[in-house]
Design a protein around this ligand. Structure first.
Ligand code: ATP
Ligand code: MG
Ligand code: FE
Length: 332
């Protein structure tokens, strides 16, 4: 089957094509308009999706070398995400499917981040644990089957991606700051500064106190030395990144012990972080884990992950009607 997939939940307009489970196109239009605002402005994001959607669809069909008449289904992100952004993708998917008389497949964006592991080999085997770390979520998920997943731990406030982005903002770096923190961290000392580890029970996380600690740390140091950030940027980034990675992996380790599972994956935008990737890999030998880390292009938002989720739903004939609507929050 040939499936066209649309992702528009946040600030990436992306379209992919999947042919019998193989990705043959994955076009991503990033929005740069939000850089100067320190975060995504929802109203602006929807407008740019509206401008990008048709050209991105056309580019994906060209890349995949398929005619739209050869398609067997249209998959789209139904949620969670920004409602105005989702509306653009969902409305386009519905019209496109209606015009071409194709079945519609609704995909949960958070399931798709995890199912990105089924794009390339090696693929994890069920059951596995997946730490999903992105701009809006931080979850430890017990994955029993393609669409049988259970959240066993999650953040009570900010997401790990937000911790990166807000730290970047405190350091006057543009949005999204995660990749920039990563870049500067590679040249710094991860043990230069120590930040408090949140004491949260069970398998849950919290990053709001951590963020405040960094705010006060930077503010106090800048008061004493106005050039503090410029002089120590690399050490600050390395130390913050190291702390976040330690917090994330401590609970993942606890979950692995609790569930007796050694198949361990990471997913979502923060799984592109070089510190997290290296630290997870390092735990393989120590704990006897088999770890799964997505290729970079499948960590942050992309439609290839929606397409692969659509592929597995197509097999089950799990279709939705034209009355489907996006939802900003979506039950797992
Ligand atoms: P969600 O998936 O929760 O709805 P989202 O779709 O906005 O949120 P993603 O695109 O999956 O999030 O991830 C974006 C996040 O990943 C941003 O917070 C960004 O800073 C972070 N990120 C991307 N690359 C890196 C990196 N190398 N290091 C740290 N963080 C990163
Ligand atoms: Mg984004
Ligand atoms: Fe995402």
């Amino acid at each position: 089957s040939i499936i066209l997939a649309i992702e528009s939940s946040c600030d990436e307009t992306s379209v992919a094509v999947c042919n019998n489970g193989k990705i043959t196109a994955n076009v991503i239009a990033n929005q740069t308009i939000h850089e100067n605002y320190g975060g995504v402005i929802p109203e602006l994001a929807s407008r740019v999706h509206q401008q990008n959607i048709v050209p991105v669809i056309q580019q994906a069909l060209t890349d995949a070398k398929v005619n739209k008449k050869e398609l067997n289904a249209v998959a789209f992100t139904r949620g969670p995400g920004l409602l105005g952004s989702l509306l653009v993708g969902v409305s386009f998917a519905k019209s496109f499917a209606l015009a071409l008389d194709l079945p519609l497949i609704a995909v949960n964006h958070m399931h798709a981040h995890i199912l990105a592991h089924f794009i390339d080999d090696p693929k994890p085997s069920f059951p596995f644990l997946c730490l999903t770390v992105s701009g809006g979520h931080t979850q430890i998920v017990l994955v029993k089957d393609y669409f049988d997943m259970e959240i066993v731990g999650e953040t009570l406030d900010d997401a790990a991606g937000e911790a990166f982005d807000k730290t970047a903002k405190i350091l006057n770096l543009p949005y999204p700051g995660g990749p920039l923190i990563d870049k500067h961290a590679q040249l710094g000392n991860p043990l230069a500064y120590k930040f408090p580890v949140p004491q949260i029970k069970d398998l849950d996380y919290s990053f709001s106190g951590f963020k405040t600690a960094i705010l006060y740390f930077v503010r106090d140091n800048v008061k004493a030395n106005p050039d503090f950030i410029a002089q120590h940027l690399e050490d600050i980034c390395a130390s913050v990144q190291h702390s976040i990675v330690q917090i994330l992996l401590a609970k993942l380790k606890k979950a692995a012990q609790q569930y007796g599972i050694k198949e361990i994956a990471i997913a979502g935008g923060v799984s592109a972080n070089s510190g997290l990737r290296a630290a997870l890999k390092g735990m393989e030998a120590e704990l006897g884990w088999r770890t799964y880390i997505p290729a970079f292009q499948y960590c942050t938002d992309n439609a290839a992950m929606i397409a692969i989720a659509g592929h597995y739903k197509f097999i089950e004939k799990d279709f939705v009607g034209q009355d489907v609507a996006p939802t900003s929050r979506m039950v797992f």
